[in-house]
Structure formats: structure tokens, C-alpha cells
Design a protein around this ligand. Sequence first.
Ligand code: GLN
Length: 474
Amino acid sequence: MTSVPIHAEVSRREPAGTVARELARRLQSAEPLNATLHWSQSALDAEAARIATLDPASPLYAMPLALKDNLVTTEEPTTCGSRILEGYVSPFTGTAVGRLRDAGALVACKANMDEFAMGSSTEHSAYGRVKHPLDPDRVPGGSSGGSAALVAAGVVPAALGSETGGSVRQPASFCGVVGVKPSYGRVSRYGLVAFGSSLDCISVFGRTVDDAARVLSVMSGLDPLDATTVDRPAMAVPSPLRDLRGLTVGLPTEYFPADLHPGVRAGLDRTIAAARELGAEIREVSLPYSRYAVPTYYIIAPAEAAANLARYDGVRYGPRRVGSEGDIRSLYRATRGAGFGAEVRRRILVGTYVLSAGYYDAYYRKAQAVRALIAQDFQRALGPGGVDLLLTPTTPTPAFKAGEKTEDPVAMYLADIFVCAISLAGLPAMSLPVGRDQGLPIGAQIIAPEFEEGRMLAAAGALERVLGAAEEVR
Ligand code: GLN
């Protein structure tokens, strides 16, 4: 079933030149996945030379890192998986990537993604779909599917993705890797191409909880260039807990429907049993407003996207098409008509509609009110007298087949049913691989109160130790 070799981890603290050479071999062998958009031997050599000047004790010394192609760097193009940014090279590097490079991370490549991070399968990239590393007929999830596939195939130990409504947790679950979305405001968005500005979070994939935690801790923290970052001490890498004694884990009934895929249910049963075994108290809780999360998200995210994507006008970024009438409107029409794919156009249409006079109150304002109710549910469940963490499935099914949902946008949107409420609430959450069903990975989602990433990662580390991620769950 494997289409590319699954590599062992590069040993830590190898000389950067050795890492870069091995990395090039791995990137080459992973080409059939179509998971990368830009990489070159010369860029890898330049990274190795830069790292050779750093202190080998730097926290991420020579750690290869793939970047989703909506994170800007000055070395390589940033296309966001779109024709409208074909060949675009940013004049600056974003804060998170800058911090990671200063800490020794070696930028491996830019990774393929759904166009402008809109999608749940990485089939909406203008540069072709990404294949699932374990089964080329399946999708890796999305929109950060290229990053997820590269980690799952062992090309890199960690990768950056972005989350607006689940785009790291969902592909992490499909690919059997760790995917962590921090609290909104924990990591600077400066240098992340905007999709839904009140939701967007740079997020991280790792082969292990520890790799993801180390990357997150380096890139987190206040940034004067992003006013939504919070002034808190940088997130420390938590030591994994020996057990889960003293922790109460809530299972929201709404996230365990009767028709849940049997393999996903078996994976969650296994995780719940492991948490109990480790001493956690398990309690049922209710998040009644989560049932409105998908419709709420698919009003708010397109509204913000329609506003953010107005800047791609053929004047400032990327290729320019001169329209037939030769005036400015026809330039916009020609550039945007040729540059945006079907899903992006759909979002712009929906977003413009819900923001327009006459519909604003009926859709956008109502969605904002429901967003507050969804967030309140979580505050209640995770607040005083409540539980310490929540545990749910990450996705309703394992990785689906390519082409299965491309004709039905709503079916695609429902792939986010367990992840997007958390984005609306701004909370930290992660997907942990907890086993396989008929060879396909199953992920469990752990959700923590705002800025309690440490608690979440420490508990995940304990579970990771006892759950064999490659074991069949039923
Ligand atoms: N799948 C969701 C969407 O298409 C989430 C995207 C994301 O988190 N970037 O909008």
C-alpha cells in the first residue's frame, strides 16, 4: 500500500550539511506525493551554511522543517496553492519562521496546500492534489495536506501548517501524525497569508508530541507586528506526565454520535481506556451549541476571506492580466477570473453575500452571536467545577478517497464537524494518532482551556507513550 518509502528519523544534531544532503534525497523520493511546491538543492545548501554558523546547542539545531506555502519567506516563492500568486516572492519573512530559523530549524521546502487554505483534502490546490502517503488513492486531509504528508512519510520530523478551522488537526488525523493548533494569539500571524483573520493560527505537525511542542514553544510569544498576540511568557516545552492522576477528562456527548465510523469509535474507545488506565477521571459533558459550528464557521470564514482576498487585484501581487476593455475593472476581472479556483470563488461569493446590506443581520451578525454561544459552552465545560481537558474524535471518518467529495462542497465542509467549533472558540487543541483501522490512521482530539497548551501536550505525551499509533484498533 505504501507509495513512498517511510523514512526513519534523522538523528539529532548531525552536521547541517549532512542533514541537508539526506533531506534532498528524501524530498526527491517523496515527489510522487506532490506534497512540495518549492524546494531546491541550492536553498538547502544555503540553509546548511547558515546553520553551521549557529550554536549547536540551539533548541532546534538542524531540525528540518517544511512550511505550508502560505507562510512567506524571502528565499522561495509563496503561492498559497493559487495561480493568482504564481511566482510571487515576499519581500520579508514572517515572525514565526524567523524565530524558528534563529533557533536552528532548517527550512526544507514549501508544502502544497488547498488554494488559500480553503479545503479539507488538498484537492483544491492549483498545482494538483496531494496523495496520502499510505494510499495514493486517498487524500491526506487539508488544507495543510502537503505538510502532513511530508511528516507522515518521514521526510521531515515537523512541519508548519495553518489552521482557520481545522486544517492541521484534520490532516494530522488522516495521516497519523501529531497536529497542534495553539490558542488564538499564542503565535504571531505576521507573515501568514490572511484567510479568516479572527480564526487564523500558525499550527504545527510533528512525528511526536515532543517535536511539535518544541517547535510551538520556539515560535510562540508576543510580537509587536501582530496586535492580537498575547503578552504571556513563551510557552515552555512540558515534560510528559508519568500518569494522568488528578486530571478529569470530559467526553462531549455531541461529539460521539451513534453513527460515528466504527473504526473512529474503536480508536476513541482505546484512548479512553488508556486515559482511565493512566488514572484520569472520565466524565460526560455537553456542548449543545457545537451542532451549529459548521454553518457558523462557513459564514464567518468566507466573510473574512472575501475581505482579505480583495487585495489580489492584479496590481499589487502576482501575475497581472489586462482585460479586454483595457480599464481597471476589466484588469481586476481578468486577473481574478484567471487566478482563483472554483472553491475560492465560492467562498468570495458566499462571503460577499453574507456581508451585503440586507443579509448582514440575517447571516453574519447571527453567526457572530452563535459563535459566542459556542465559545460559552467550552468555557462552562472547561471552567471552574468543570473538566481539565476534553477528548473527542478529530474526524468523523478515516482518510477518504480522492474525488469522493469534490463535487459536493457541503460534504467536504462536514469533514470539519469536530474541529471547527474549537477554532471559533479560539482554544488550543490537537490531534494525537491513536491507532489504525484497516491500515488507515485514526486521531483523537484533545482540547484545553485557553493558553493551557502545556497541560494538553503533557497529557498527550502520557497517552502517546502507551498507545501504539500503528496498532489496529479493532
Ligand atoms: N476546511 C476548512 C475550510 O475549508 C478549514 C480550513 C483551514 O483551517 N484553513 O475552510
